[in-house]
Design a binder for this molecule. Structure first.
Ligand code: ZN
Length: 136
């Protein structure tokens, strides 16, 4: 039985532990079931170790390149054009890129921190204004 559902890029990403956990579990299952796939993984790993076949190169070739933090920031704000927005959805949800997912979580957390700060500033401003008013 061949395993058309697992691509070379995914195999390499799996070897480098860059696949999303549920996708990695699937690849693992396929690997257990298929000696052909195991052999393929072995060949890929050997080629990669010899250089010239890194995950980065394969991902670039398959246009699965990662996103910059500013692209991810715009994605969070919803200010991207729909094409890039769809690509980021694909990259995060279908490809399950852990690096970009971690970057996105980080950006989300820092945006929430910023929101928290400005809320606090507004509240302080309001309280001090209220204080001024009640002193009159
Ligand atoms: Zn990525």
């Amino acid at each position: 039985m061949s395993s058309p559902s697992v691509t070379d890029a995914e195999l390499l990403a799996y070897l480098d532990e860059m696949l999303a956990p549920d996708r990695a579990a699937l690849v693992e299952k396929e690997l257990r079931a298929s000696s052909t796939l195991r052999q393929q993984a072995h060949i890929l790993a050997r080629r990669r170790d010899q250089g010239g076949h890194s995950v980065g190169e394969i991902w670039r070739r398959e246009r699965l390149s990662c996103l910059t933090r500013s692209q991810l920031g715009s994605y969070l704000l919803g200010t991207l054009d729909s094409g890039l927005h769809a690509y980021i959805d694909f990259h995060l949800q279908t490809v399950g890129c852990r690096i970009c997912a971690a970057n996105l979580r980080d950006l989300e957390a820092s945006q929430q921190r910023t929101d928290g700060h400005s809320q606090l500033r507004r509240r302080k401003f309001f309280e001090s204004s209220a204080g001024l008013l009640s002193n009159r």
